[in-house]
Design a binder for this molecule. Structure first.
Ligand SMILES: CC(C)(COP(=O)(O)OP(=O)(O)OC[C@H]1O[C@@H](n2cnc3c(N)ncnc32)[C@H](O)[C@@H]1OP(=O)(O)O)[C@@H](O)C(=O)NCCC(=O)NCCS
Length: 172
């Protein structure tokens, strides 16, 4: 836990200003409260981290809005973009969210955010309105997103399996 706190903090501090704006939708100077929020399971029921050689290179969360409805946020470090990590993390967020009982998930996305609009399209997010004047509100059905994501990952040759199942296969 203490280790995760430090690693996440270092990750967020390493992001460019532009990336911080796209991920948090506002400028942020001190990331400590954000990290505490992410590590608090009551406030952030779903959290996934991608790491490489001990460093966090991507982070994704689902926050609860109300009942079975959530809001997702995802960010991949600028140096690791366009390799499919965002797609994989979105898929993991939806599968973990389903386990926690979420059925609908929003993603608030700046209108200029091409990669996130592409991800919304891939996971069948529907544009249901605008938040303020320049922010899209995409709504995902968790079931549909998982179905679409499974197909997308298969096309990319990525197979996602529970760890136990994958280990079993290797020991045969
Ligand atoms: C959104 C984000 C997480 C995507 O991460 P990523 O690892 O680059 O995602 P992927 O590699 O899986 O790419 C997703 C799709 O977007 C496309 N894409 C990514 N960057 C792109 C760009 N700059 N221009 C056009 N398309 C782009 C990819 O080609 C891919 O589509 P494809 O599979 O049809 O080729 C990343 O850009 C990011 O961290 N942005 C800043 C934070 C943010 O905007 N978060 C979302 C708001 S919560």
């Amino acid at each position: 836990m203490e280790e995760d706190r430090g690693r996440l903090l270092r990750f967020f501090k390493s992001l460019s200003e532009e990336t911080v704006m796209l991920r948090f939708l506002r400028p942020i100077r001190f990331f400590e409260p954000e990290v505490e929020r992410i590590l608090d399971k009551n406030r952030t029921p779903v959290s996934v981290i991608a790491s490489k050689e001990g460093l966090v290179i991507g982070s994704g969360e689902v926050y609860r809005i109300k009942g079975d409805e959530g809001e997702l946020a995802v960010v991949v470090h600028d140096n690791y973009r366009r390799r499919g990590l965002g797609t994989l993390m979105m898929y993991m967020l939806f599968t973990e969210a389903r386990k926690k009982g979420f059925t609908k998930i929003h993603a608030y996305t700046h209108e200029t955010n091409i990669p996130m609009k592409r991800l919304a399209q891939k996971f069948r997010g529907k544009l249901i309105g605008m938040i303020e004047e320049d922010m899209y509100d995409f709504l995902f059905s968790v079931e549909e997103a998982i179905e679409a994501g499974t197909r997308v990952l298969r096309e990319k040759g990525i197979v996602v399996k529970p760890v136990a199942e994958a280990l079993n296969k290797h020991s045969l």
